[in-house]
Design a protein around this ligand. Structure first.
Ligand SMILES: NC(=O)c1ccc[n+]([C@@H]2O[C@H](COP(=O)([O-])OP(=O)(O)OC[C@H]3O[C@@H](n4cnc5c(N)ncnc54)[C@H](OP(=O)(O)O)[C@@H]3O)[C@@H](O)[C@H]2O)c1
Length: 172
């Protein structure tokens, strides 16, 4: 599940799922809303996690400065709530593929063990004709989509939940 700002919406959104068992994970969709909006949304997600409604928390489309801000906020919130009671950034979603490698974000996450999820892993099929891709597809007898998914796998990006439903993009 992905939440959008402001924090009051995050709370309402979570309350709307009161009858669900739990959410496995809940991501803040984008760093909109300024510092107050971002930290307020995180606080709302932590409340829901403490109430047992969400298992793990994450963010999407955050820049490194937003990640640093959140890391500091988590420490601050631990001061209020107690150690380990301010949530942890378990997972993050970014557009990641060979033409958008985001090394700063990847390094930040890998140093901290944050699971990276690559969205648009096959670039919506818009780059299948790239000169760099065609010879590889031919050499390995794979489709361009398979080559791109393999690139993500070798980078240890997770995209298990981010694939389109079309089965033509089989993982190789
Ligand atoms: N967190 C975020 O901000 C964010 C942003 C964007 C996406 N996402 C998530 O990431 C997931 C994947 O993103 P995405 O679907 O935009 O990117 P993608 O996986 O790179 O592209 C999928 C699209 O590529 C097209 N395509 C062309 N050739 C294909 C082939 N051989 N096999 C399969 N598809 C092919 C299809 O378009 P047609 O259907 O038109 O054929 C398909 O919908 C989405 O489901 C979404 O939940 C998250």
């Amino acid at each position: 599940m992905i939440c959008r700002h402001p924090p009051s919406l995050a709370r309402k959104n979570i309350r709307g799922h009161d009858n669900d068992l739990t959410s496995n994970r809940y991501l803040i969709h984008a760093p909109y809303g300024g510092k107050e909006g971002r930290t307020g949304s995180w606080r709302a997600l932590v409340e829901a996690q403490q109430a047992g409604k969400i298992r793990s928390l994450g963010v999407s489309n955050y820049g490194v400065h937003h990640l640093n801000e959140l890391e500091s906020y988590i420490k601050e919130l631990e001061g209020e709530n107690g150690k380990g009671k301010a949530g942890a950034i378990s997972v993050g979603q970014w557009e990641l593929h060979p033409w958008l490698t985001r090394p700063d974000i990847v390094e930040w996450c890998q140093r901290r063990g944050v699971v990276l999820e690559a969205y648009c892993p096959i670039v919506r099929g818009q780059r299948f004709d790239e000169p760099v891709l065609q010879p590889m597809a031919k050499k390995y007898n794979k489709t361009p989509a398979q080559i791109l998914l393999r690139w993500s796998l070798q980078k240890v990006f997770n995209f298990g939940l981010l694939l389109p439903l079309d089965n033509s993009a089989d993982i190789c």
